[in-house]
Design a protein around this ligand. Structure first.
Ligand code: NAD
Length: 311
């Protein structure tokens, strides 16, 4: 039977915790437990999300760690080389698990920004009487979306856009095989510039790699139409933030909705200039944060820990 000490270092959904606690021979340490700091000594497995950063030093210090499971589909917060060096497995959720939630949130961001929902709500709460004829939004019906990265999330965004907006889909992804989304009506282009020039909404669904860092900078922003909305619900660092701030202030593009930023969580200190603009929406990386999704991905992460410890 499975036995071991499992540390949960970041908050997990209660369904995942319940499942963990259902194993009789496992010792479970939760995030608010004061033994938490002892994981280097005691843990056979740890469960994290994006809050905990695991460095080379952590892997040097640990005594018996077999596996790190990160809830989520990508890991930017673990030194994978160091883990490998010490023979510690690093696992994530299965690809695609978050796709529905993040794609749904992407559309929510586009609509909120285009129809000025959060801005107008803010103004109403401030006691302002809104003059509707002077507060017009932008309709997204039949507009063109440019999807950068047609992986698990990008594809669902494409489907939803076709269904909800009856709009055109332009895609740029030099790597993903076309068969994967042949059922979705779209126009695949061979350069990012072609996509940027033609899109009303540009949405990013690429991983953050060394070569993708700063993919959307001054030059790329200058290719977009003045009426374009930029959405980043992927990773901070993909958009060059000073360049974006400049493009927004000079009204080079219509607006930006950002769920992923260089500094997370996004603070007033880091982003006060962005926060002054009504053409910006900022959310703290909540694209995958629905109750159903957190339960599903937390439970899957726990099952992965069990599977590894059971060998
Ligand atoms: P995925 O790996 O399934 O898809 C990524 C796609 O990007 C692939 O098809 C790949 O070919 C393509 N790509 C790689 N380099 C490219 C380039 N230079 N130009 C264009 N395309 C390129 O990943 P996914 O699951 O769809 O996730 C996409 C992004 O969303 C990731 O950055 C992920 O971390 C992020 N994400 C965000 C949230 C959130 O809460 N906001 C939640 C989950 C995932």
């Amino acid at each position: 039977a499975l036995a071991g000490t499992i540390f949960v270092l970041d908050p997990y959904h209660e369904d995942a915790i319940e499942l963990l606690q259902s194993k009789p021979n496992c010792k479970i340490i939760l995030p608010n437990d004061h033994f938490k700091a002892d994981w280097h000594e005691l843990a056979d497995a740890i469960l994290i999300r994006s809050e905990t950063h695991l460095t080379e030093e952590d892997f040097d210090k640990q005594k018996k760690l077999k596996v790190v499971v990160k809830q989520g589909v990508s890991v930017n917060n673990v030194d994978l080389e160091a883990a490998k060096k010490h023979g510690v497995m690093v696992c994530t959720n299965s690809p695609g698990l978050n796709s529905e939630s993040v794609a749904e949130f992407t559309l929510a961001l586009a609509l909120t920004l285009a129809r000025r929902v959060s801005e107008i709500d803010r103004r109403v709460r401030n006691g302002e009487i809104i003059i509707r004829s002077q507060t017009l939004g932008m309709s997204l019906f039949q507009k063109t979306i440019g999807i950068v990265g047609m992986g698990n999330i990008g594809r669902v965004v494409a489907q939803k856009w076709r269904g909800a907006m009856s709009g055109k889909v332009i895609t740029y992804d030099p790597y993903a095989p076309e068969e994967a989304w042949s059922d979705i009506e779209h126009q695949r282009v061979q350069s990012l510039e072609t996509l940027l020039v033609a899109s009303d909404v540009v949405t990013l669904h690429v991983p953050l790699t060394v070569s993708i860092r700063g993919m959307i900078g001054t030059k790329q922003l200058s290719h977009m139409k003045r009426s374009t909305i930029l959405i980043n619900a992927s990773r901070g660092g993909i958009v060059d933030e000073p360049a974006l701030l400049h493009a927004l202030k000079s009204r080079q593009i219509h607006g930006a909705a950002l769920d992923a930023m260089e500094v997370e969580p996004p603070t007033l200190e880091a982003y006060s200039e962005f926060f002054e603009l009504d053409s910006v929406i900022v959310t703290p990386h909540i694209g995958a944060s629905t109750a159903a999704n957190q339960s599903k991905s937390g439970v899957e992460a726990v099952e992965t820990v069990f599977a590894v410890l059971e060998g």
